[in-house]
Design a protein around this ligand. Structure first.
Ligand SMILES: Nc1nc2c(c(=O)[nH]1)N[C@H]1C(S)=C(S)[C@@H](COP(=O)(O)O)O[C@H]1N2
Ligand SMILES: [Mo]
Length: 496
């Protein structure tokens, strides 16, 4: 057997295994596909610093990078196992079995998969072993070369069909159809219109409302949970007087409210992009919790998503009348996009997303911080995480070349208090007030701008925000871990 054939056998054996797993997963639960289950488990086990690095470096592409990286590793393993199997099929057999075992372990570890899920990696292991041994048998008999070539083609073709078929069956849940069927979510209390002059887009700030398309996305889901509104139920239980099981129709028929809210991710570095604003439509969370009757002593609202992710939110915060926490169903005039939590998610103004903004939410448990620990808590992040007062310079960009009369513009946020003042200084000189755009509400960001006349040469501009409580964004730089970055954003540019 040539080296090429041996390597090809390894690759085809693994391809057949993954395709078989993907096909069975399509039937029993799409995330049971060995590739996805291993990937998702890898995400959960990835040391936090590495995960933070991935989010920082690849942003929303971090998942793509992970998948490509896994594919490269698996192909490399397959080639090595194939090459080692030139004399005996044992190494390839071991690899295929090991793949199955790793897949089973990953599926068992997934919180969102039932027992049936193990069928997918088991199928992968069994098919991988059988296919590899069959091909190996054919290729080891040089007198039947045409037969062995046919075998390779059959396996390649069948793998493609099984893989594509699995993808097709696995995504048959018609989420987009369900979203369309939801139609318009009309709030009885719409959010006040965004006033003219709430942003300085012409000077380089983002628009006040972020389109759903452009809204930042951060989550641990390698494949987005696909839930239909018709099947969705939200369970409210734990330390409550009466347990509730709310269906989508139950919620949407209520008096819906609309609130303009700026979400922020704790992973956002000073100057970073993980902050966006939308009009969210939904049901006040405190009303639902009041209906369930929160027992005294319950200090944590522990929310769980369909894919098993969890967040812990202080009960006193979500119960505040002025806070405006929502079970959100809609975003910017449409049902939540699938990536942003369809059919429903939590939105709690003033708290970073990882302790509050559960997407694809299916379970609300009233409990205590002493009794239950949420997802990020065991990965080095804080238990309580109110959003920190922050400002960001959007223009000029770092290292830009600009004329002597330059407009510096950016955004600032301090949810739920609101921004009272933004100041800038050049080259460590005196602070001067920036002009603020129209305020919308304390739970949204606020745009600012200032015109400067500067001499030719290099300059550094810094900004700092002061919120409505009088607190000023501190200079001290701290990293996002464990409860959010601090420090002044600073930009170096050149006046020509
Ligand atoms: N189910 C689920 N919900 C989640 C997360 C997640 O990983 N899984 N990430 C949270 C984090 S860290 C943030 S910052 C917000 C981001 O919401 P967005 O993707 O809609 O911007 O969602 C939160 N909700
Ligand atoms: Mo986040």
């Amino acid at each position: 057997m040539t080296r090429w054939t041996a390597a090809l056998l390894g690759i085809l054996g693994v391809a057949a295994a993954l395709a078989a797993g993907h096909l069975v997963a399509g039937l029993v639960g799409p995330t049971a596909s060995p590739f996805l289950a291993v990937g998702n488990t890898a995400i959960d086990f990835t040391p936090s610093p590495l995960k933070d690095f991935a989010v920082r470096t690849f942003g929303t592409y971090d998942k793509l990078v992970l998948l490509v990286g896994m594919a490269v590793v698996i192909v490399a393993l397959a080639v090595v196992a194939g090459l080692l199997s030139r004399e005996s099929p044992l190494p390839g057999t071991v690899l295929a079995s090991a793949l199955g075992v790793v897949g089973v372990a990953a599926v068992l570890y997934r919180p969102d998969l039932g027992q049936l899920g193990v069928l997918a990696p088991v199928a992968a292991g069994v098919v991988g072993v059988l296919v590899f041994r069959w091909l190996h048998g054919l290729a080891s008999r040089p007198q039947v070369r045409s037969e062995s070539r046919r075998g390779l083609l059959i396996v390649a073709g069948a793998s493609v069909i099984a893989g594509v078929g699995g993808q097709f069956v696995g995504t048959r849940t018609d989420v987009e159809g369900s979203r369309r069927a939801v139609g318009e979510l009309k709030p009885v209390r719409p959010a006040p219109a965004i006033p003219d002059g709430a942003d300085f887009v012409g000077d380089g700030t983002p628009g006040f409302i972020t389109s759903n398309q452009d809204f930042y996305r951060v989550d641990t889901a390698l494949s987005v949970p696909r839930l239909r509104a018709e099947d969705w139920v939200l369970r409210v239980h734990g330390m409550v007087d009466r347990e509730l099981n709310l269906r989508y129709e139950d919620l949407r028929r209520r008096d819906l409210v609309e609130r303009t809210i700026t979400l922020t991710c704790v992973s956002n570095e000073v100057g970073g992009p993980y902050v966006s604003t939308a009009n969210f439509v939904g049901v006040p969370l405190r009303d639902v919790l009041a209906e369930a009757g929160v027992r005294s002593g319950a200090d944590q609202l522990f929310s769980t998503s369909a894919d098993g992710w969890t967040a812990g939110t202080p009960v006193d915060v979500v119960m505040e009348e002025d806070r405006g926490a929502l079970i959100a169903l809609g975003m910017n005039g449409e049902p939540l996009p699938v990536e942003h939590g369809f059919p429903a998610r939590l939105v709690v103004p003033g708290l970073y997303g990882f302790v509050s903004a559960t997407k694809w939410v299916v379970d609300l448990e009233l409990t205590t911080f002493a009794a239950k620990r949420a997802y990020w808590l065991d990965r080095g992040w804080a238990e309580k995480a109110p959003i920190k007062t922050m400002s960001r310079i959007d223009r000029p960009k770092g290292l830009a070349k600009v004329p002597g009369r330059v407009t510096v513009a950016g955004v600032a946020w301090a949810q739920p208090t609101g921004v009272a003042k933004v100041e800038v200084r050049v080259d460590g000189g005196p602070w001067q007030d920036a002009r603020l755009a129209a305020a919308v509400n304390g739970s949204t960001w606020r745009m600012w701008r200032v015109e400067l006349d500067l001499a030719p040469g290099g300059h550094t501009v810094e900004s700092r925000a002061t919120d409505n409580s009088g607190f000023t964004q501190p200079q001290e730089r701290v990293e996002p871990v464990p409860d959010g970055a601090t420090g002044w954003h600073s930009i170096f540019f050149t006046v020509e």
